[in-house]
Design a protein around this ligand. Structure first.
Ligand SMILES: NC(=O)c1ccc[n+]([C@@H]2O[C@H](COP(=O)([O-])OP(=O)(O)OC[C@H]3O[C@@H](n4cnc5c(N)ncnc54)[C@H](OP(=O)(O)O)[C@@H]3O)[C@@H](O)[C@H]2O)c1
Length: 336
């Protein structure tokens, strides 16, 4: 079968090559999935650079999520139940950017027919993280302010729509002026341009003293702005490393008002949950993707052979949504 493979760590566009590799075989408790499509996420790019929380043995194939059809089971009841189903594949072993992959049967989630392939491909990483951080971890109540940086990201837009649905208000930090109108149309209550002056000061003016809830995937000075925007008792989740910079934090500021800065990694959170909680969560994610709240804007789709172009597009500024790698035609083609 064909797969995108890297033999050394480095920028994905430089190190990935599409070549023939042996088709993986599912073991007990695993399934063989014929892949249809997979998005290029920031985590995939960190993975090929060797900077992600999971470091693969080389050669390796990226692709933490995606959509496919279960072709075979390596044994076990769950795998047998999943046979023939179109599923979202969460893959922390053999990656999804290949014609076939193997995943644990409990890491393939049947997707309702109402969700087209391109949305099903993005079922897990961003929608689940947006929902879990705001509703399960921070539990932002209706009427409260939540601040987020990199608010124009795919995940940031989901947080804005969740805010509209649940009733919490969002103050959104972006670095490009043209994102302000787009985010306001989505339902952002306030948008702050990071280059326009001290962010925390403006957040305090807007919210009447700062926010109890904040999300930052950038780090560096932007992460420091998110922390500095906290009110007494506030919590800030750091969940990405888009700038690659550490977040400078003044302990005096955290001590006064007992503020908290915490890391969040979906993989860890999921591991700590019971199966019934996860099943309920995935049903909820499916409903919220189908009604548009947790949908991903798709910027472009590239065939597997052009994976280097896909990652180049995904790392360009103002890319306009998720870039997908299309591996095969599937039953859930985009609908009008
Ligand atoms: N911890 C977890 O479990 C978890 C799970 C899911 C996602 N994430 C993280 O969530 C973040 C968003 O993911 P996504 O897929 O939604 O990303 P995305 O759609 O690719 O968007 C990335 C956004 O970040 C902005 N950005 C990039 N570098 C920046 C910098 N140095 N300073 C300020 N803004 C910057 C970009 O702004 P421009 O448009 O101006 O280029 C863009 O709006 C990523 O860091 C990802 O790793 C973490």
């Amino acid at each position: 079968m064909k797969a995108a493979v890297f033999d050394r760590f480095g920028p994905a566009a430089d190190v990935l090559a599409v070549r023939d590799v042996p088709q993986p075989q599912p073991g007990r408790g695993e399934v063989l999935v014929r892949m249809i499509a997979s998005p290029v996420n920031p985590s995939d790019l960190l993975y090929t650079e060797g900077k992600y929380g999971l470091k693969p043995k080389l050669p390796a194939t990226p692709g933490f999520e995606g959509v496919g059809v279960v072709e075979a089971s390596g044994g076990g009841v769950l795998g047998w139940l999943r046979k023939g189903k179109r599923v979202a594949v969460v893959n922390d072993g053999i990656g999804n950017w290949g014609e076939y992959t193997v995943a644990k049967a409990r890491q393939v989630i049947p997707v309702p027919d109402a969700i087209p392939d391109e949305q099903a491909a993005c079922f897990f990483v961003n929608p689940t993280t947006a929902l879990v951080m705001t509703r399960y971890v921070l539990r932002v109540p209706a009427g409260a302010w939540l601040l987020q940086t990199a608010a124009g990201s795919n995940l940031g837009k989901m947080v804005i729509r969740l805010g509209k649905q649940v009733g919490f208000k969002t103050v959104n930090v972006v670095r490009r002026a043209e994102q302000a109108d787009e985010l306001k149309q989505l339902g952002a209550d306030a948008v702050i341009l990071s280059g326009d002056g001290p962010v925390a000061e403006r957040v305090r003016e807007l919210t009447g003293g700062g926010v109890r809830y904040a999300l930052d995937p950038v780090g560096g000075a932007t992460g420091a702005d998110a922390v500095a925007s906290l009110a007494a008792g506030g919590r800030c989740l750091l969940y990405g490393l888009l700038s690659g910079e550490p977040v400078p934090v003044d302990p005096r500021f955290l001590i006064t008002g007992s503020k908290r800065v915490e890391g969040f990694w979906l993989a860890d959170w999921v591991k700590a949950q019971r199966i019934p909680t996860l099943l309920r969560l995935f049903r909820r994610v499916g409903r919220l993707i189908a009604d548009g709240t947790l949908r991903s804007d798709i910027a472009a789709t590239y065939p597997l052979d052009r994976v280097a172009d896909a990652v180049r597009h995904a790392t360009s500024g103002a890319k306009g949504g998720k870039v997908l790698v299309r591996i095969a035609e599937g039953p859930g083609e985009p609908r009008a």
